[in-house]
Each structure stands twice: as structure tokens, then as C-alpha cells.
Design a protein around this ligand. Structure first.
Ligand code: PMP
Length: 359
């Protein structure tokens, strides 16, 4: 530890992302990337933007992208905030909108970046346990007068469980908490859920965050966005302009705009993932796995007779990477990203000898 470190640095517990392997040819089902490559129109738009114009700074407001997103989601451009991946958008939200005396609430099993941002920005928080079926209960987000709340955030569908919360349940949470910001992190919403963006005109405290990393197959481009009331968005712009006034480069803006134009690519590839998810679910159930219902591009599974850590290690030895979390409540589960049917075949054939050894 350096003697020049500040107290903040010393006390940080950084986020540990899923493995990005250096070895080629592994079957990578661990970080929820899209099996398809991005739309050809996205690649063309990025190639067209790769020009002399790179000499110039990008538009700090990313106006073209905000306009595209506004017309796609039928909101006003001033209701849209964009950033370098939804992780950065979330960072600005934590820093600018969620720091209060009262604790921020989020599910005990959810995106593990949330407590990291709380540590970084000195935000008080209280994890709220999911129920025995790993479902989020809206009633748990309706605290009494002696239990003040500083804000609420949860992924929908939840990560890493994949479970979806209906819009009616989200409205119950919003109605019970009109005075604090409620953030719905919809990184995986396009794989089977209904977006809460349709609610933003009625709830000025609602902020919906999405990413192009998953359903648009652009994890490498780093683009995310938030949609909400113009006042909330203005707060985020203030944070952004105090920190990173050019969050998106010219190539990212061009690619992201094109991604929302190619609706045919989006529909086709989204349906592929949904149908491959259903097939993999049935195949794993046939091997004795319990699979939580998923509305995401991953499934959360456990085998009642096998240690999940040993399964993950055994798969890794055979060149298949899935995600295993060490957190006590979910250490018997594996999170498996939906890949190509051939990759699923390889996963299943790697699992069979493991199961006969471990069961
Ligand atoms: N939210 C959730 C729930 C996620 O799982 C992820 C991906 N790790 C993100 C946000 C961040 O995605 P990105 O920064 O790639 O947009």
C-alpha cells in the first residue's frame, strides 16, 4: 500500500468483473455478451465515421444520439442522458442523485457494482433480501415513517437471477416512494421484459438506465443511457460536465445511432437469444438442473446434488467459462450466458461427464 494513498483509496473494495480470457477458442458464456456480432449497419456507420473528422472533438452533448433515442422511446431529447457504458451512467447517478443521509435500498442479490459505487461515493446503503425464491417483493421497498429511504435501485430483469418484475410491481414501489429517486437498471430488458420507460412521464422520480452492450451486441463500444424527467437528466449533465465532458467519442456516437435504426437486426437477434434460452433451459432441466425463469440473455441454474464451484472449475478445464459467484446465498448457482446452439452443445457435453463424476 502506498503511503501517498488517501483514506478513500485505502477503503475501496473495487468491483471484480467476469473473466475476459486471454486464451482464444474458449467457449465464453460468462459475461452476458450477445452471441451475434453487431448489425452490419453499425459497422458501416463506424467505418464512415473513421475519417479526417477524428481530428475534431466529438459533440459533447451527443445530440444525434439523444435525438435518435428520444424518437425511438418517444420522449424528449432533454429526457435522455448518454454515457460511456451504463456503468458510467450509473456512476453519475450514484454520485449526483443518490447520496443522502438515509440509506439507498437495493436487493441483496443484484448487480455487485452498486455497493462498490456506494463505497466510492460515501453512500449509505441497506441491502434488502430477496425472498426464498430469489424474487424481489415490492412490499420490502415500502418502509414505514421511522425507516427513511434515500433512494432505490434494482436491475430489471435482476442480475444475476434473470427474474423479471412486472411494471405494476414497479409502480407500487414508485407510488410508495414519491420523494426519492427510483432507478430501474434495464441492462437486459430487451430479452423478455417491458421497459419502465413508458412510466417516466407519470413519475418524475423514475430513472431508467439501459445499455447497448447486451441486446445491441455493442459491449466493446461502451454506450449506455438513462431516460427520465428532464430535471433528473439536468442533474446528471451537471455531474458529467464537472467530470467527463466528452463521454462518447465520434465512433461510438455514429455506431450507437445506427444501432437504433436497424430494427430488423434487433428483432431477429433478440428472438434468437430468447429461443436458444428456452432450448438450453429444457436441456439443462433434463440433466437435473433447476433453472430460474429468466427474462435475460443468461440463466441462473443450480444442480441439487453438485457443488457449483466444482462444476464451474470442471467446465473451465474443458474450455467452457460460466460465472460462479462466491456470495453465500447464491454460491450453489451458476450464471450461464446464452450463446450459440453449438456452444450450448459443447457445454452440455462438458457437463455430462462432470455430473456422472460429481453426483
Ligand atoms: N447493469 C447491469 C445489471 C449489468 O449486468 C451490467 C453489465 N455488467 C451493467 C449495468 C453495465 O453494462 P455496461 O457498462 O456494459 O453498459
Amino acid at each position: 500500500m502506498s503511503r501517498f494513498w488517501s483514506e478513500t483509496t485505502q477503503n475501496l473494495t473495487p468491483y471484480v468483473p467476469g473473466e475476459q480470457p486471454k486464451i482464444a477458442n474458449l467457449i465464453k458464456l460468462n459475461t452476458n455478451e450477445h452471441p451475434h456480432g453487431p448489425s452490419a449497419q453499425v459497422i458501416e456507420a463506424i467505418q464512415a465515421a473513421t475519417s479526417d473528422a477524428l481530428r475534431l472533438y466529438p459533440d459533447p452533448e451527443a445530440t444525434a444520439l439523444k435525438q435518435t433515442l428520444a424518437s425511438y422511446y418517444q420522449v424528449k431529447p432533454e429526457q435522455v442522458f448518454v454515457g460511456n457504458g451504463s456503468d458510467e451512467v450509473l456512476g453519475h447517478i450514484f454520485q449526483g442523485l443518490l447520496k443522502h443521509e438515509a440509506p439507498l435500498l437495493f436487493p441483496d442479490i443484484s448487480y455487485s457494482f452498486y455497493p462498490v459505487y456506494c463505497g466510492l461515493y460515501g453512500i449509505n446503503y441497506r441491502p434488502v433480501p430477496l425472498d426464498d425464491e430469489l424474487c424481489l417483493c415490492p412490499q420490502d421497498y415500502m418502509p414505514g415513517p421511522d425507516q427513511p429511504v434515500g433512494g432505490i435501485i434494482f436491475p430489471n430483469p435482476n442480475a444475476p437471477t434473470g427474474r423479471l418484475l412486472a411494471l405494476t410491481a414497479i409502480e407500487q414501489i414508485l407510488n410508495a416512494n414519491p420523494d426519492v429517486v427510483v432507478v430501474v437498471d434495464e441492462a437486459y430488458i430487451d430479452f423478455g421484459g417491458e421497459s419502465a420507460i413508458s412510466l417516466v412521464s407519470r413519475y418524475p422520480n423514475l430513472l431508467v438506465v439501459q445499455t447497448l452492450s447486451k441486446s445491441r451486441a455493442l459491449a466493446g463500444l461502451r454506450v449506455g443511457f438513462a431516460i427520465g424527467d428532464a430535471h433528473l437528466i439536468e442533474g446528471l449533465e451537471r455531474v458529467k460536465n464537472s467530470f467527463n465532458s466528452y463521454p462518447l467519442d465520434r465512433l461510438a456516437i455514429a455506431g450507437a445511432v445506427a444501432a437504433f435504426k436497424d430494427t430488423a437486426w434487433f428483432e431477429k437477434t433478440r428472438q434468437d437469444v430468447i429461443s436458444w434460452r428456452e432450448t438450453l433451459t429444457a436441456d439443462l432441466q433434463a440433466l437435473g438442473f433447476e433453472v430460474l425463469p429468466s427474462a435475460a440473455n443468461f440463466i441462473f441454474v443450480r444442480h441439487p446434488e453438485c457443488d457449483a464451484g466444482e462444476l464451474a472449475a470442471g467446465l473451465r478445464e474443458q474450455g467452457v467459462i460460466v460465472r460462479h459467484f462466491k456470495q453465500a446465498r447464491i454460491q450453489q448457482y451458476l450464471r450461464i450466458t446464452i450463446g450459440w446452439p453449438e456452444q450450448h452443445k459443447a457445454l452440455l457435453s462438458a457437463l455430462k461427464p462432470l455430473l456422472s463424476r460429481l453426483v
